[in-house]
Design a protein around this ligand. Sequence first.
Ligand SMILES: [Ca+2]
Ligand SMILES: [Ca+2]
Ligand SMILES: [Ca+2]
Length: 148
Amino acid sequence: MLTEFLAKKHTKNFYVYDADGSGYVEEADLQRWAKNLAQLRDWQPGTLEFENLLAKFKSVWINFWQPADIDGDGKVSLQEYLKVVEVSVDNFPNSREMQESHTAKANTIFSILDADNDGTISQSEYIQFCRAIGLDEATAKSVFIKLY
Ligand SMILES: [Ca+2]
Ligand SMILES: [Ca+2]
Ligand SMILES: [Ca+2]
């Protein structure tokens, strides 16, 4: 079982990811973030940068969200999400696979934030990302804290 603290924290994160407020996290939510971010960077649809960014968000969906879609209806409910969090909290310290998956996710998110691809995330890149996902910086930090 998740502690109340963890359940609350992850419930909050879930609703951050639910960008369109549908009550589920879907591929469309991540696409919306990708498009917001591309717009802030002035990357036009059809350009290489735009397509790369969309592809990165797509890989986040396929690798980290789709496996949580236990009933296979194409969207992740809060219940499905919390179930996956619970399993990973229980197994994380002993599972190399899970730790690797976590690293892969962190790397993908890092590369999404690193707009100019110089290997570091500047404050302006960070702020841009926060704007794209509709968060203030403090909230974003608590959601993505493991990146730093
Ligand atoms: Ca949604
Ligand atoms: Ca589902
Ligand atoms: Ca950078």
